[in-house]
Design a protein around this ligand. Structure first.
Ligand code: CIZ
Ligand code: SF4
Length: 330
């Protein structure tokens, strides 16, 4: 009964017994089942609070590759669950909401990308981790925003490269490496929405603020940045900086860890265009809730599955990324 309705909006939250101390129940279930919760920086504060490990997708993949837990609960989006499953085919990989997709991954349908790759047989294929397992299966090396520069630079200067699916990240990497990679025309609906005008307005209120921008944002927003980087990179910059105020142009979930690590500093979420809200949240990431996480652990469902013939191909570019990152100590 619960499983049939699980993915219906609000059902689980209304069904779970309100008198339960969910955080305690979740911790107990993890202990009983030898389960680990991996949480992405874009999850809600309450999920980040109880996850055993929080990080960006590179760190989550590195963690999944080395854990001895029997069950991995991926509190993130579907491609992150797939990456964990590909790295740990014998483990049970669960995700609290199977509908937690990604508009960037969706902007790169596997069949179309395979055609694009086929049309450029002399090119090496580098894909951002925000892709389906089927796209990774036709990829030579996977990257995240933390290691994209290092991975691209691990190839000779004259290497012909296809980079997909994020055009903004691709343009940014081209600009800092002097490459001319052929780009897939994809984007993330959250990161493309930040408003230059509103960031400039906030900067007037906080003239000494540093502007932190994720490379999935448009180049026009990136031009305003004091630091362009992945969530892990922006966090590192904020910790090391002697500034007090930071305007943050990425999914606002990262503010949880920024405030945790730097309680004395002031983090302001950059607002999106045409919206009354003061922050920018990824609706897919936020589909995971404490209630769903509790039931996921209880029923060991929904499970992430990757077809073995896809996983067999997709593991190679993921492992290559992990090897290059280990050498660069990322
Ligand atoms: O790689 C990730 O985890 C994402 C989606 C963003 C970032 O820059 O960390
Ligand atoms: Fe995908 Fe954008 Fe959400 Fe990240 S913020 S998971 S790139 S839709």
């Amino acid at each position: 009964m619960i499983k049939e309705n699980w993915l219906k909006k609000g059902y689980v939250e209304e069904t779970v017994d309100k008198t339960l101390d969910l955080k305690k129940e979740i911790a107990q279930l993890c202990k009983e089942k030898n389960a680990i919760i991996l949480g992405h920086y874009y999850q809600s504060d309450e999920i980040q609070e109880i996850a055993h490990f929080i990080g960006d997708s590179l760190a989550l993949a590195q963690w999944a590759a080395k854990t001895d837990a029997d069950i991995i609960v991926m509190c993130g989006v579907h491609f992150m669950g797939e990456t964990a499953k590909i790295l740990c085919p014998k483990k049970k990989v669960l995700i609290p909401d199977l509908n937690a997709g990604c508009s960037l991954a969706d902007s790169c349908p596997a069949e179309e990308f395979a055609e694009f790759v086929k049309a450029h047989p002399d090119h090496t294929v580098i894909s951002y981790v925000n892709t389906s397992a089927a796209v990774k299966a036709v990829t030579d090396v996977v990257v995240t925003s933390t290691n994209a520069k290092q991975v691209v630079e691990s190839f000779p200067k004259d290497e012909k490269i296809i980079f997909g699916p994020d055009r903004n990240l691709g343009n940014y990497i081209n600009s800092i490496t002097g490459r001319d990679m052929l780009l897939w025309d994809g984007a993330c609906h959250v990161h493309e929405k930040f408003s230059i005008e509103k960031i400039i307005e906030i900067k007037k209120q906080y003239p000494n603020a540093a502007i932190l921008v994720h490379p999935e944002c448009k180049g026009t927003v990136a031009k305003l940045a004091d630091c362009i980087g992945s969530t892990a990179g922006l966090l590192k910059y904020a910790i090391a900086s002697d500034k007090k105020d930071f305007i943050v142009a990425t999914e606002s979930g990262i503010l949880y860890e920024m405030r945790n690590k730097c309680p004395e500093k002031n983090f302001i979420p950059a607002p999106p265009e045409d919206s009354g809200c003061a922050c920018n949240e990824c609706g897919f990431m936020r589909l995971n809730t404490l209630e769903k996480l509790y039931l996921t652990l209880k029923y060991e469902w929904p499970e992430v599955a990757v077809a073995p013939e896809i996983a067999e191909k997709a593991i190679k570019p993921i492992q290559k990324m992990l090897e290059i990152s280990a050498k660069a100590r990322l």
